[in-house]
Design a protein around this ligand. Sequence first.
Ligand code: FMN
Length: 394
Amino acid sequence: MSAAASIRSRNPLFGANRMKLGIFGTNGKGAAQTLVPEAYRPSWKASVETAQLADHLGFEAVLAYARWKGYIAGQPRHASGVTLDPFTWCAGIAQATRHMTVIATSHAPTLHPITAAKQCATIDIISDGRFALNVVGGWNKPELEMFGAAMAEHDARYDHLQEWLEIIQRLWREEDEFDHGGRFFHVKRGSSMPKPLQQPGPPIVNAGGSDRGQRFACEFADVCFLILRSEDPAEIAPQIAAYKEMARRDYGREVQVWTYAYCVQRETRAEAEDYLEHFAVRNEDGPSLDAWTAGVGGQTKILSPEALGAFRKRFAAGAGGSGLVGTAEDIAARLEQLSEAGLDGVLLTWVDFTDGLRRFGDVMPLLEARGLRAPFRSLSPPVLATAGNRSAIG
Ligand SMILES: Cc1cc2nc3c(=O)[nH]c(=O)nc-3n(C[C@H](O)[C@H](O)[C@H](O)COP(=O)(O)O)c2cc1C
């Protein structure tokens, strides 16, 4: 194995833990749509604190999402739009952590592939080979319109994304200059140096929910995200198996399948369920949920219109993720069920990430006891000045 391929094989996303873990969205407001005052807000201090807590527990990843504008029309100050740029944020978080992979998200229309290729290579070098790229088709029409890029029809968005990614991957791999003349991009004598440390390139992550999106993920991604439509492992297992089987059969590839989940952990199950009702029902952010449901419903093919309505509490609790609700023991048992259904990893969210990650320390030994994860010895995190306890809003 070449040195660059061996660096890639050390990326925690390819590690041996049967149930891999990450945190999701701490460069923005997280995933909850709630009005409770303890809800996470993305100051730099909070970003570093939560990343270091997860890193210290041995989590594999932190995923920063791309959001250029909030989803409530005419309310640019709403929390849904207050998001730190995923690439520069990941570069900073790479310096604040020792172990975990930093994953930056990009939509194709917002960043030229030559710029994206170099930004990714730079963060891969800063992080010493702990970078991955999450590529998304996007759904929030007003943010893409802001770029003067009309939002393409759903499946055409993936054609665009494919050409965009192919250029990036050539720039990561090819030593010689190349010309590219395609449907969406023209590149003359394309080249990018330095190359990323990981070869043939940093891992690719994708969350295509539609048929076209899932095909894209099977062809190009190493980690594919799935929204679990059911809580029943007997129904989840075939959903995951079909995904992996499509990658194997049609593209000759092995892919990991992950999902994302909101976590509510308390001393008793009743307390956890009560807190869930408190933040996701009694204190839901109604206008945010209405706008989110309309946007996701109109622009993606993840859920049917009926399922969208039924998912309101899940949207409020964690952007449609599954629920991990109860005691540490309940949560470990649920993660074991998901692992047995074929899932390779979960990105976790909390209303208050700092509090949640501290509590989650009690789940880790239970996961080890169930054989889902190996014991982890953390190197102490680098000391980083976090004067940035301010964000422009709130
Ligand atoms: C883990 C995860 C991360 C995502 N990150 C983003 C993001 O940063 N920005 C964004 O606009 N959409 C994001 N999405 C949504 C995707 O862009 C896409 O709309 C969704 O996966 C639906 O896929 P489909 O268009 O194939 O139906 C994310 C989805 C998941 C599950």
